[in-house]
Design a binder for this molecule. Structure first.
Ligand SMILES: Nc1ncnc2c1ncn2[C@@H]1O[C@H](COP(=O)(O)OP(=O)(O)O)[C@@H](O)[C@H]1O
Ligand SMILES: [Mg+2]
Length: 270
């Protein structure tokens, strides 16, 4: 379990990136932080592995304040996937992944064996093992990033817009793959995105952030859609005249569900 207790981050210069956030990420669940650019998502995420130190409040993992842990040891036991894959450019795919177990003390052959198994886990063809990151597609690079984040077998996975830079079709593939992985591995996951559809697809719980790191609403996707907290949320999730503002229209073939542009999205009871 990860717990944010009244955390605040004011950067030097005076920008308040996170005002006062309290939030619990239950073990083995995925919580998605969603908000537009600059709403403090990355800042919040990085508080967990101490890449950002809060200027107020605290972050606890299983009731232990992360400030009481050595930052290097902490980062080693938490998987972190960045938007840019963050891979080492002059190191092969297999060794990019194997580096993590090697740093944790494994012998190189054992580490490579683990890396091979992880390539399989994230759906990467073993034939890509000897390639360099620049010789992979964007989607493949992100898979390597996920494999590397899993290499230390962390309980916690932090993912910062990991699928932001790939095209929509590959993005949907990666999302489906993450759902499968999550069902299998059950990591405690904090996932950051600016895409509300991605948030609703992947999150057991979704936290909608407004500017200045304020929580506009948190809840399951159903709770948020059924009972949006205010106009900001209604607008953000597309209920205010957006794609989710559906209405009904009678047709000779039954009742059609129509979106805000008048396009038929489906038939009731079909
Ligand atoms: N190292 C930093 N120094 C000063 N301001 C920063 C720093 N990092 C982020 N910020 C500011 O904090 C706010 C939140 O940033 P960030 O957490 O990166 O948001 P997001 O990930 O939601 O786009 C922004 O206004 C950003 O400019
Ligand atoms: Mg960010």
């Amino acid at each position: 379990m990860i717990e944010f207790r009244s955390v605040r981050k004011e950067y030097p210069g005076g920008t308040v990136a996170v005002a006062d956030v309290s939030l619990v990420v239950p073990s083995h669940r995925t919580v998605v932080l969603v908000g537009s650019s600059g709403s403090g998502k990355t800042t919040l995420l990085r508080m967990v592995n101490r890449m950002v130190e809060p200027t107020g409040g605290s972050v606890l993992i299983d009731d232990v304040d992360v400030r009481d842990e050595d930052p290097v040891a902490l980062r080693r036991r938490i998987g972190y996937v960045m938007q840019s894959s963050g891979l080492l450019p002059h190191v092969t795919v297999i060794d990019n992944i194997a580096t993590v177990p090697v740093l944790a003390g494994a012998k190189r052959p054992a580490a490579r064996e683990r890396a091979r198994a992880l390539m399989d886990t994230v759906g990467l063809d073993g034939a890509l093992a000897k390639r360099y990151p620049s010789q992979l597609s964007g989607g493949q690079q992100q898979r390597v990033g996920v494999a590397r984040a899993l290499a230390a077998d962390p309980n916690i996975l932090l993912m910062d817009e990991p699928f932001g830079a790939v095209d929509p079709i590959v993005r949907r593939e990666l999302q489906a793959e993450l759902l499968r992985l999550q069902a299998e591995l059950g990591k405690t996951t904090v996932f950051v995105t600016h895409d509300i559809d991605e948030a609703f697809l992947l999150g057991d719980e979704v936290v909608i952030l407004a500017k200045g790191g304020r929580i506009a609403q948190q809840g399951t996707p159903n709770e948020i859609l059924e009972n949006p907290a205010d106009d900001f949320v209604r607008d953000f999730v597309g209920l205010a005249g957006g794609p989710r503002a559906l209405s009904l229209r009678e047709t000779p073939n039954g009742t059609a569900v129509v979106d805000a542009t008048g396009r038929v999205q489906g038939m009731l009871g079909a």
